[in-house]
Design a protein around this ligand. Structure first.
Ligand code: F6R
Length: 239
């Protein structure tokens, strides 16, 4: 795993955008795997700016989002559809037919097949939950490979309650890509910032073991994975 430690969230977001922009220029029909949440917000803002400046074009690109809550409408302020709309889709020329979310399939297995038929995800963007989850693959003994419905753990419900009026309003389940869906991506970029991510990032910085109690640690096995982290999230392990 390639590790880049940044001094600020601004620098992290710039470095992340530089990588995505480079891949989009090399392959205009890039298949993007997209995450929501606070970690990639700066990256998406930089991509919108690059698009406005004519440095990138989403005309041939396509996207597959990692996850979506169950039980809230797509136009709900906290739905992941709405997040993507606000932060990226409404501001760039990514064609509607090429935007995909896992909960839109009647049969979730079809989502993984659709990704395969599109040639696989070229570039997967990931955030990390404070408990080490990626997408909604929560720490547990057995991790699912394919797209599935996941129960959110109490710690994720609590972490995500910052976006809702109260913890009661956070959905308890979500449709999520599985570990296999994610690990099949040709390239993975993991973003983590802030002091709440210290424990989640530590297994990646130590880099000496993988375990299902830290789903993100499995990314250590991926042949083309970059972690961009700020000093606060790297904590004492920052060199
Ligand atoms: C979001 C997702 C989640 C988040 C993670 C970190 O699509 O898949 O795994 O990436 O919960 O969230 P933030 O970035 O808000 O700290």
């Amino acid at each position: 795993m390639k590790i880049i430690i940044c001094d600020s969230y601004k620098e992290l977001s710039q470095k992340a955008a530089d990588l995505v922009i480079d891949r989009m220029i090399r392959k205009p029909d890039l298949v993007l795997g997209l995450a929501t949440g606070s970690s990639p917000e700066g990256l998406y803002a930089n991509l919108v700016e690059a698009y406005r400046e004519g440095r990138i074009d989403f005309g041939q690109a396509s996207s597959y989002n990692l996850d979506e809550y169950v039980g809230i409408a797509h136009d709900h302020p906290q739905s992941y559809h709405r997040f993507m709309e606000d932060h990226l889709f409404s501001q760039v020329n990514l064609s509607r037919e090429r935007i995909h979310f896992p909960d839109e399939e009647a049969d979730f297995a079809h989502y993984d097949r659709a990704i395969e038929e599109a040639g696989g995800i070229d570039f997967q963007i990931l955030g990390i939950g404070p408990n080490g989850h990626i997408a909604f693959n929560e720490p547990q003994d057995r991790l699912y490979l394919d797209t599935h419905v996941a129960q959110l753990t109490p710690s994720t419900i609590q972490a995500n309650s910052r976006f809702f009026d109260s913890e009661d309003q956070v959905p308890r389940t979500a449709v999520t890509m599985g570990m296999g869906s994610i690990m099949k991506a040709k390239e993975i970029l993991i973003l983590a910032n802030g002091p709440k991510k210290v424990e989640a990032v530590a297994p990646l910085l130590r880099g000496d073991r993988v375990y299902t109690g830290s789903p993100v640690s499995l990314c250590l096995l991926h042949p083309n994975c970059t972690l961009i982290v700020d000093r606060e999230a790297a904590g004492d392990l920052a060199k």
